[in-house]
Design a protein. Sequence first.
Length: 182
Amino acid sequence: MGTSEGPSPKEHAERAVHAVKQEAAIYRGEEDRPLGGYAVLMSIYFTLVGLLSAGAVRRGRPLPRPSAGDLVVTALASHKFSRILSKSAVTSPVRAPFTRFDGPGGPAEVMEQPRKSSRIRHAVGELLACPFCLDLWAVTALVFGLVYAPGPTRLVAGSFGALAGADFLQLAYAKAQQMAEG
């Protein structure tokens, strides 16, 4: 083990890996948390943001200065896109490799649980079944859309924003009907 000069680089690496695994085990406790899978997803996210940012700088693309309207539309569009991707029955084929059906959810929605056959599958399953988790990715896509293609991005965001508004009106109408019927 090591020389008189101390541990070798390989021994340092082994100790570091052991320490990380030990910390992950302490964090998880009795729960099955895919920390390695989360780390992969975070790495993918930050790599994409870095590449898109570097590309924007290299091409001289100005950073967007979103108006209050852009912020509202982005919030509504991100909400709706995340709900469609994470909960809609018609998008379940996208989630199926990473989740399993758990039952019906809200109006036109399903509930799913992540598959746990691997840390990556588990983490991706959690991401795809969680509208709150997907919001970060959706907002990021829309922000970079404003950098690279502001016109089409505003069209898409406005469409998803209008769809979110229509959903809220549908729910309000159904509630009003229930109240009218007593």
